[in-house]
Design a protein around this ligand. Structure first.
Ligand code: SF4
Length: 281
């Protein structure tokens, strides 16, 4: 049986990804979720947001997918971990949504970014959405932790103009503590993108006491510089905007008392990346 698109009045547009959204796809049967994942004809989205200048070049429309295989201690969108917290959306409905924005995006030199959650949990849906965007002449960007990068064929990679690759930590044990998984597949994906000369915009979240060890940052910086396809690095200061979600979802939040990094700490991290010749912001 094909997955039925939600009849709920829930708008696909949210003011911000920090809106808490839960259970929007809870009535979808497990078998239907599996069929949606296999075909990509239907996906699960937290929302679309417009006007972002932080998720790729120009002004972006961002499709926030639900579902993630990691459990980052600092995740600000834990409601996106569960796929069925998202709204079931057909490719046709997502296309219609994208069509509304296409001229504005061109005028503002922007494009479509697919973020999450982890978009590659729904790799077939993501591929279909990017194909639609490319057919409309819209710039495409994928914001990913890269863990499932091998789900994309080389031809599919070529429909993605820019990969916003999140590197969380270098050290294996630290990475596992922070995310629940090992760092190898993300690095493998980065190397594959480099070999295919696909551009990367690297993202690194600076969390005091978790990811601020200068030696670990230096390893990430060296690795990034060695790839040759990292166009920029964004050091993203940890913040507490998603803290309330952990409480509402009843999940233990271990970073309750962690403060955002000081300006000096951010500068120190930026200097480490710049010392390797990278453009870091
Ligand atoms: S990879 Fe992203 S969405 Fe997944 S847990 Fe980490 S921060 Fe959250």
């Amino acid at each position: 049986m094909a997955v039925q698109e939600s009849n709920s009045p829930v708008s696909l547009e949210a003011k911000s990804p920090f809106d808490l959204r839960v259970d929007l796809g809870k009535d979808v049967a497990e078998t239907d979720v599996r069929s949606a994942l296999a075909t990509g004809d239907m996906g699960f989205l937290h929302s679309f947001t417009t006007g972002s200048t932080l998720d790729g070049p120009g002004v972006r429309v961002v499709a926030w997918t639900t579902g993630c295989m990691w459990r980052c201690l600092y995740c600000h969108n834990p409601d996106t971990w569960t796929m069925r917290n998202g709204v079931p959306v057909s490719v046709a409905r997502a296309t219609e949504q994208l069509r509304k924005y296409r001229y504005g995006l061109k005028v503002m030199s922007g494009g479509l970014t697919i973020s999450g959650g982890e978009p590659l949990m729904q790799d077939r849906f993501v591929v279909k959405l990017f194909q639609v965007a490319k057919a409309m002449g819209i710039h495409t960007a994928l914001d990913t932790n890269g863990y499932y990068g091998d789900r994309l064929s080389d031809a599919e990679l070529d429909t993605i103009d820019l990969v916003l690759l999140d590197i969380k930590a270098w050290d294996d044990a630290r990475h596992r503590e922070l995310t629940g998984r090992e760092p190898g597949p993300t690095r493998e994906f980065a190397r594959r993108l480099a070999a295919r000369r696909r551009p990367i915009s690297l993202r690194f979240v600076l969390v005091p006491g978790q990811t601020d060890d200068p030696a670990g940052i230096a390893e990430i910086a060296r690795f990034s510089a060695s790839l040759g396809n990292v166009e920029r690095v964004d050091v993203l200061p940890f913040h507490q905007m998603g803290r309330y979600k952990w409480g509402k979802l009843g999940i233990e939040y271990k970073l309750e008392s962690v403060e955002p990094p000081t300006a000096a700490l951010v500068e120190q991290a930026l200097a480490i990346f710049r010392a390797e010749g990278l453009k870091a912001y």
